[in-house]
Design a binder for this molecule. Structure first.
Ligand code: OOG
Ligand code: NI
Length: 460
């Protein structure tokens, strides 16, 4: 593909943000607050430079002031396969499988995102994409959902032409890129006229509010966009507690808006109703964890959640327990590095660069041309920076979904016992899902490999 996918992704993301701001004016206010907070956080972290207080996000100033992610919910295999083609044009590919039945939702998901270090640093925009699992619905709801979904088309005919064209020709002209953005936005636009009647809407909603949200509308409206936030927040935040070295992802969201929706009644006239789905969210991204690091994170979190459930801990009591239990998770970069709990990218220090120019001094470092990574770091030849976490957390996503819904129902309990369906999801997608750990370890490996070459070492 020979058009600039990074530029197309940035332009699309910007256009989507403008559209969402006009649809949800509160979102515009959220963006202003976040920018202000970010500015202060960046200034504070610059003062701390050289200390341990650096957020990996903040060492990449070009990544500020861009939307971090959006989320959509799809209904069918065809919608998923087509969205996959659409995102591919913008350099976004499916990474990770999220089984949301764990949190009681009849859905599973992936994240479409850039996968290379270069593309991520140019624009990391990603879209959390959920798909309804109709097989987990009760028969009556399933029939209703299938009927409504069969009758809708969330893609404009021109968008499909452009997809075919881009795939066949291998390129899009600048005019076609503009058309791609205009047509692509239609898939995510909010429509206040439902495709189901009020009675059907209530049936869908009674089973699960998310089913009604996915099934009742003519498009797959974007349900939130998330700007970056560099500042800690006071509200209940999903994910790990605040740390010196941020890990993974901390998020919090605002309650969804209640919006007017028109439903057709039996005499085919529109009647007024309402729907609650779209919200605002802020996030802080920390470093990506290795499988070992993630296991430790999951173990701590599961332990906290089961103790909290037993003792019915909530709010600040829950947070205190979380903070206490997370004390065993190392909170300085050198330990996270030495214990291989997080992923890093390596580069030569200025000392290392001087050495690279003068090969004899490298051989003086070790007895042979192989030297361990820890030695190179210890001797100040290599420096490392944490890799930013680019993915999502299923339990946090569950918390985000839940904050916008009523309390758990019996239906949720039933869903929780469902098996995940990774292979079904991948089949519908029409392509394979990348493994997030593999992507991070490749970025880490490549950075080390380029250092090795510069230092002319046989092995590190
Ligand atoms: C997606 C919720 C997941 C996140 O940030 O974890 C998500 C949705 O509400 O459709 O966006
Ligand atoms: Ni989100």
């Amino acid at each position: 593909m020979n058009w600039d996918q990074n530029a197309l992704r940035s332009n699309f993301c910007h256009a989507l943000s403008e559209m969402y701001k006009s649809e949800v004016p509160l979102y515009g206010d959220l963006v202003d607050v976040v920018w202000e907070a970010d500015e202060k956080a960046v200034q504070a972290s610059q003062k701390l430079e050289g200390s341990q207080g650096i957020n990996p996000d903040d060492v990449l100033p070009s990544r500020h002031r861009v939307e971090r992610h959006g989320a959509i919910r799809l209904g069918t295999a065809h919608e998923l396969a087509t969205i996959c083609r659409m995102f591919a044009i913008m350099g976004m590919h499916p990474v990770g499988y999220y089984d949301l039945s764990l949190a009681g939702f009849p859905m599973h998901a992936t994240a479409f995102r850039p996968t290379t270090q270069d593309a991520l640093s140019q624009n990391p925009f990603r879209v959390f994409t959920t798909v309804l699992r109709v097989e987990l619905l009760t028969e009556r709801t399933r029939k209703l959902a299938q009927k409504a979904l069969e009758n809708r088309n969330i893609f404009t005919p021109r968008l499909i032409e452009l997809l075919n064209c881009a795939e066949k020709r291998g390129h899009l002209t600048p005019e076609e890129c503009t058309e791609f953005i205009t047509n692509g936005l239609e898939t995510f636009r909010w429509h206040s006229k439902a495709t189901v009647n009020l009675e059907e809407y209530h049936l869908l909603k009674a089973e699960h509010p998310l089913i009604a949200d996915i099934v009742s509308f003519p498009s797959s409206h974007i349900n939130h966009l998330t700007p970056h936030r560099g500042m800690p927040a006071k509200e209940r935040i999903e994910g790990p507690p605040k740390r010196i070295c941020p890990i993974l992802l901390r998020q919090t969201s605002f309650k969804a808006l209640e919006e007017t929706v028109y439903f057709r009644d039996a005499s085919d006239t529109f009647v007024k109703g309402s729907h609650t789905a779209r919200f605002g969210e802020v996030e802080q991204r920390g470093c990506a964890l290795t499988r070992e690091g993630r296991q430790l994170y999951d173990d701590i979190l599961n332990g906290v959640n089961s103790e909290a459930a037993k003792k019915a801990l909530k709010g600040t009591d829950y947070d205190k327990l979380l903070e206490h239990r997370f004390k065993i998770f190392p909170d300085n970069w050198s330990e996270l590095h030495a214990q291989s709990l997080a992923y890093f990218s390596y580069k030569l220090s200025s000392f290392g660069e001087t050495m690279a120019e003068d090969r004899t001094s490298v051989s003086q470092l070790g007895v042979s041309s192989t030297i361990s990574l820890q030695e190179l770091v210890h001797k100040g030849v290599l420096i490392y920076e944490p890799l930013t976490y680019e993915d999502f957390l299923p339990l946090s996503a569950g918390g985000i979904f839940n904050s916008n819904l009523g309390s758990a129902s019996e239906f949720n309990q039933l869903i929780m016992s469902a098996e995940q369906d990774f292979s079904g999801f991948q089949r519908y997608l029409g392509t394979s899902i990348a493994d997030e750990f593999h992507l991070y370890s490749e970025i880490q490996r490549e950075s080390l490999e380029s250092c090795r070459q510069l230092l002319n070492l046989r092995e590190i």
